[in-house]
Write a protein that binds this ligand. Structure first.
Ligand code: MLT
Ligand code: ZN
Length: 475
């Protein structure tokens, strides 16, 4: 088997002819990212149906030194799930591995294949009267394997943690085709290195995650939410402190939304009505949830808001009167991302700093952006409760997207990252590195960190077969 034709024939024998795509018309959806910013090429796209098939594909690629780009729902914002141009790689998409394998309501675990979508996982938990708490806007498309490979975050991290915190066991195929089988549902296991953690957040550079055991939680019986007008980000931080003090773990989400972000999303949703009158400069979407009574939870939220008003941090609030109000509030928040994609010309900075530095960061970064790219719309929003801001300056309405990005992308993102670094923050809080931030990593990781990352990579993938060109900067 020395020619590409032989190689493709061997791939086809493993996964079957319907699951080995080579025509450009069939592969383009897998080689282009969902924002259409990154386009690459692949020798083939394979869609294995089992861990055994993934293992055989990987062993074949290992024997032929063919590189492999693992792919879930292809919703990466960082170009992490598509091949690079002329990559000579294959794409291995896991969408056919979409079975729920086991639900254990005594152990509170859900075992599933990596290609189950996040909404599929949430539905399986719901059917068992449990909660799987990861919540991100792309839940209908993104897959559990990708959520794990990127350590996804989202809007309920404040209460439940990132994907890394929500998993007990994984199964992954190694670059030589061996299977790391650790589908254990244990909350305690101190038997040496916690190897699964290596694969979580590795962006497919160390192994292909094929299955996982996830943690389940009690389903909340009560959910209360409010959109709140706050004076500024400082008041928002203070309100969060108060909420945690008064409502403890019931504080489930705490999302900041700027006036420009709200205006953009209302426009995108065909002129949706903003939840608060008077176009407040800063808003917070707060959600409380509990297994107790709805009335008690509503009272707790009201108490927090009244205390916030007394302090002068809260100016106005719209409380959700029903579950459909709660959903409408979340729609406004979650569609901001697509509103930016549709508008084009957005400089995405997914950053985190210690919560105490959020106000100073927003202040200083906004001033720098206005100096570098005057007239930018300040689309600032995100998971403030986690110290994670999506600080995404957007082109002025009358500037074409391409001009704005050409002139400002590099200077603005560099200035924001420098500021974040100065505040001991992270230049990628939850979106990962992919190709978009790969080279920047060199500036913000220490020599020791970069050397260790490469040592791990070379130990697990000495031939550099998995997700080439992603995450690890050339040093
Ligand atoms: C979100 O929280 O909506 C996304 O992570 C942000 C984004 O798409 O930039
Ligand atoms: Zn986010």
């Amino acid at each position: 088997m020395s020619t590409p034709v032989d190689f493709i024939a061997a791939l086809t024998r493993i996964v079957g002819p319907q699951a080995c795509l080579t025509e450009a018309a069939d592969t383009v959806g897998y080689t282009t990212d969902y924002r259409k910013l990154y386009r690459g090429d692949a020798l083939a796209v394979v869609l294995p149906a089992s861990t055994e098939e993934v293992s055989q594909v990987m062993a074949l690629c290992h024997a032929h030194a063919v590189r492999v780009v693992p792919q879930g729902g292809n919703t990466s914002l960082m170009g992490g799930a598509v091949p690079e141009p002329n990559s000579g790689a294959i794409v291995l998409n896991l969408r056919r591995m979409n079975r729920v394998l086991a639900v254990d309501t005594v152990n509170d675990t859900l075992t599933l294949q990596a290609g189950v979508t996040l909404s599929g996982a949430r539905a399986a938990a719901d059917e068992a009267k449990r909660l799987f708490p990861l919540r991100i806007g792309s839940e209908g498309s993104c897959q559990i394997g990708g959520n794990l490979a990127t350590n996804a975050g989202g809007t309920a991290v404040l209460r439940y943690g990132n994907m890394r915190d929500l998993v007990l066991g994984i199964e992954a195929v190694l670059p030589d085709g061996r299977i790391y089988a650790s589908l254990r549902g244990l909350r305690k296991d101190n038997t040496g290195y916690d190897l699964k953690q290596l694969f979580i957040g590795s962006e497919g550079t160390l192994g292909i995650i094929t299955a996982a055991v996830l943690k389940l939680y009690p389903q909340p019986r009560a959910v209360s939410a409010a959109f709140v007008a706050v004076s500024d980000p400082r008041a928002a931080v203070q309100l969060l402190g108060l909420a945690k003090q008064l409502a403890g773990p019931q504080v489930t989400a705490f999302e900041l939304v700027s006036a420009d972000a709200m205006a953009l999303v209302c426009d995108y949703l065909g002129g949706a009505r903003p939840p608060l009158a008077g176009q407040p400069a800063w808003m917070v979407l707060m959600e409380f949830s509990s297994t107790g009574e709805q009335a008690a939870l509503d009272a707790q939220l009201t108490q927090v808001l009244e205390a916030g008003m007394e302090q002068g941090w809260v100016h106005d609030a719209a409380l959700a009167a029903s579950l459909s109000d709660v959903q409408a509030f979340w729609r406004l928040r979650e569609e901001i991302s697509d509103a930016q994609t549709r508008t084009g010309g957005s400089i995405k900075c997914d950053v985190s700093v210690p919560l105490s530095d959020i106000p100073a960061f927003i202040d200083a970064a906004s001033r720098q952006v206005q100096a570098l790219a005057p007239g930018s719309r300040m689309v600032i929003y995100g998971h403030m409760g986690d110290g994670n801001v999506h600080f995404n300056p957007l082109r002025p309405a009358d500037t074409p997207a391409r001009d704005y990005l050409e002139h400002h992308y590099s200077a603005v993102s560099h200035a924001v990252d420098q500021l974040v670094h100065h505040l001991h923050g992270s230049i990628s809080a939850e979106h990962g590195i992919g190709v978009a931030k790969r080279d920047d990593l060199r500036l913000y990781k220490s020599e020791v960190e970069l050397a260790l990352m490469w040592q791990v990579k070379r130990a697990l993938d000495p031939q550099g077969l998995l997700n080439p060109g992603k995450m690890l900067p050339v040093v």
